[in-house]
Write a protein that binds this ligand. Structure first.
Ligand SMILES: [Fe+2]
Ligand SMILES: [Fe+2]
Length: 242
């Protein structure tokens, strides 16, 4: 029998807890629950298992509780700093294969020099009705590519390596090609440079991912270069009306 609505409320069973079977009076108060004993037992047995992070209830930094303990082994760090003094800026905290990192950074140096040369040449020879605007953009990019190469070279030096700017091997070490384009075809020039930017965006992203947390300084250098490469690509896309 279906009771009138005002009587249904009176005949509803007392609320129960979430420990009841699914669908049976869900979302109810524990105070009225027949599992009070079980809840108490659960509370007692809720001590953290071995290996579980124990939240620090002390509110810090705007009320957020810190969950990790952090300790510096100053004694070990001091010993290692003194023993490996010949390594300069490279410490045991840098977990990368340094030789591999220097090799990759030298590829970046070569890539940036090739990009600098291509943009510089394009800025000089570009011709046509839109020459002024396009050449100005190429010249600006050429300057920034050279700065990228210098930043990568500085980092190689800090890591104890030698920046390789040997012209004889630049093209083979570069990620991008030095494409000869028709100076009167501004669209082709813009497209070739956009392709080159897209290549370095991809290879630099890969390098940043490979570095990960192992060398924050080199990663920041690469991330800052990567950010400017994406700006270059965006500038070229705008000029092409893409
Ligand atoms: Fe660059
Ligand atoms: Fe670029």
């Amino acid at each position: 029998m279906v009771l009138p609505q005002h009587l249904q409320r009176i005949h509803r069973p007392p609320p129960r807890c979430r420990r009841n079977a699914p669908g049976e009076y869900p979302g109810t108060a524990r105070a009225n629950c027949e599992h009070v004993g079980a809840h108490a037992a659960a509370t007692v047995s809720s001590a953290p298992r071995r290996g579980t992070r124990v939240p620090d209830p002390t509110p810090r930094m705007g009320g957020t509780a810190m969950t990790d303990t952090f300790e510096l082994d100053i004694s070990r760090i001091r010993d290692e700093a003194r023993k490996r003094i010949d390594a300069g800026a490279v410490t045991s905290g840098n977990e990368l294969d340094i030789d591999r990192l220097i090799d990759l950074l030298n590829q970046v140096v070569a890539t940036e020099i090739v990009c600098h040369l291509r943009y510089s040449q394009n800025a000089i020879v570009a011709s046509g009705i839109d020459r002024a605007q396009v050449a100005s953009e190429f010249a600006e990019h050429a300057t920034e590519e050279l700065q990228h190469g210098q930043r990568a070279a500085e980092r190689i030096n800090q890591l104890g390596g030698t920046p390789d700017m040997n012209p004889a091997t630049l093209a083979e070490r570069s990620h991008t090609d030095y494409v000869a384009t028709d100076p009167t075809d501004l669209e082709q020039m813009l497209r070739e440079n956009l392709v080159a930017e897209r290549i370095v965006i991809t290879t630099y992203q890969e390098i940043v991912r490979w570095i990960g947390d192992a060398d924050p300084t080199t990663r920041r250098v690469m991330e800052s270069i990567l950010e400017e490469e994406e700006e270059h690509a965006d500038d070229l896309s705008d000029l092409l009306g893409l």
